[in-house]
Every structure is written in C-alpha cells, then in structure tokens.
Ligand binder design. Sequence first.
Ligand SMILES: Nc1ncnc2c1ncn2[C@@H]1O[C@H](COP(=O)(O)OP(=O)(O)OP(=O)(O)O)[C@@H](O)[C@H]1O
Ligand SMILES: [Mg+2]
Length: 251
Amino acid sequence: MSASEEYPWKGPATTGTRGAFIVVEGLDRAGKTTQVKKLCETLYASGRNVKTLRFPDRTSPIGKMIDSYLQSKTEMDDHAIHLLFSANRWEKAKHIRGTIAQGYTIVCDRYYYSGMVYSAAKNNPALDLQWARQCDVGLPRPDKVIFLDLEPEQAEKRGGFGDEKYEKKEMQKEVRWEFMRLRFTPGESSDMIVVNAGPAIEEVAEKIWQDIHPTLTMIQEGMLNELGTVKAWRDDDVEWLGAKVLGGARS
Ligand SMILES: Nc1ncnc2c1ncn2[C@@H]1O[C@H](COP(=O)(O)OP(=O)(O)OP(=O)(O)O)[C@@H](O)[C@H]1O
Ligand SMILES: [Mg+2]
C-alpha cells in the first residue's frame, strides 16, 4: 500500500503552513519502523497530512544495487557503497522539499545519520565520520531527529538480527558508538532528541510525541518557515569528534 493511500490527504489543518520533516534513527531492531508507524497514526489523527519515507529506498536502480550489497550478493568498496547510499537520499531530495511545501509532514525511517555512522563503524581509516558526511551536505535537514537508543544486547533479544551485512552484534556496537559521537557534536545534537527505546512500545510512542510536539506547534504557527539544509560541520563540531566521549569506550 502506498503512503498516500495509507494516509489520504484530508485538507490542511492550518492553511499556508509547511509540514514538518521528522526522522527516526537508531540501531537495528531499536523499534524505528514500529515508532514511525505509531507517529504517523498520531499525526494523522491530530489532523495533519502525513507521508512516510524510508532509507535506503530499495526500489530505485541505485536502491537495487544497495539491496544487493546488503544481501552480500555483491561486494563493493566502502566509499563506493557509501556514495550510493547518499545518492539514494539525493534521489528523494526534491520530493522531500516539495512534499513538505505542500503541507505534508514526512516521517522518515533512517536518513543521513545512519548513512554516516554505518560507514564510519567499518573503521576504515580512509572513511571517517567527517568524510562520510560531506556528500550529504545540501540535503534537506530534518526539523527533528528522534534517536532511539537501545543496547545491542537488548536489540538482539527483539527477535534477533537478520542475515544482512550490518546485522551483527559487533557491528552494532560500533554503530552505537558512532551515534554517540554524533550526539555530542553540536552541529548534529541541536536538533536530535534521544529517546530510550527500552520501555514498552506505547510508552516510547508517548515520549516521542511529547518531545516533538513543541516543534510541530512552532511550524504550524509559522515560526519555522523554511525547511533547513544540511550544512558542513564547523571547526568546533570536528573538535568534538576528536574529544573523548563516554571515557573513550567504544562499547
Ligand atoms: N518498545 C519495544 N519493546 C519491545 N519490542 C519492541 C519494541 N519496539 C519494537 N519492538 C519489536 O522489536 C522488533 C523490531 O522492531 P522494528 O522492526 O520496529 O525495529 P527497527 O528499528 O525498524 O529494525 P530494523 O533496523 O531491523 O529495521 C519487532 O518485532 C517489534 O515488534
Ligand atoms: Mg525497520
């Protein structure tokens, strides 16, 4: 079922205002897809027009190459696959801006944050977070990013990881550590909300709703007119990356 059929347009809750761009991020099995659905239902019930997106979008030709890589059917250089993931987001950039301008709120399952941290988690010295982020500079910037935080051990209990390339506990630990670094980087943390993904589904959903509601209200009241753009990091962001977080422990 397409997103537009799932949440048919029902006229603007407030005329003339754009929609919000909300991203849900986190480790594998943290509950992203579950919470994207819950959030869409709540947004729609509150009178807003809603569309969902998910990355990678495996339906496009680039998405099919990514899918083949994730299923270990093809091998690819770390940089090459990273750029394909980014290209997969760029394919949707105009769509995101256009949809938001029409008054839809977009709830997006993963975005460039996952793109950066999964590549950086490979510990390839020629592909660090800063390198990984560069190709996403210029993309639409979300109004809020909900980061669902869960220990890999807890995530694993949720039905176990699948067979895809990154679905291994060791990799997930690295990914969590890279996410943690992002959370301490001023250029990212300013619009990131960390939510403990451990409690029951309804409880997590309620917390997300409470946390994003002020942003939705500000957009609805025209206080945040323009959808932002992903900007290059400044020097202090890069300094933070070099700083020790969590005592420097990777896991
Ligand atoms: N708060 C929760 N408590 C317990 N189980 C949960 C919770 N949230 C989601 N689950 C369950 O955990 C599993 C993974 O959830 P979901 O598919 O939403 O995660 P995901 O982050 O989208 O995973 P993936 O990264 O693999 O796409 C599902 O079986 C889901 O029902
Ligand atoms: Mg999912």
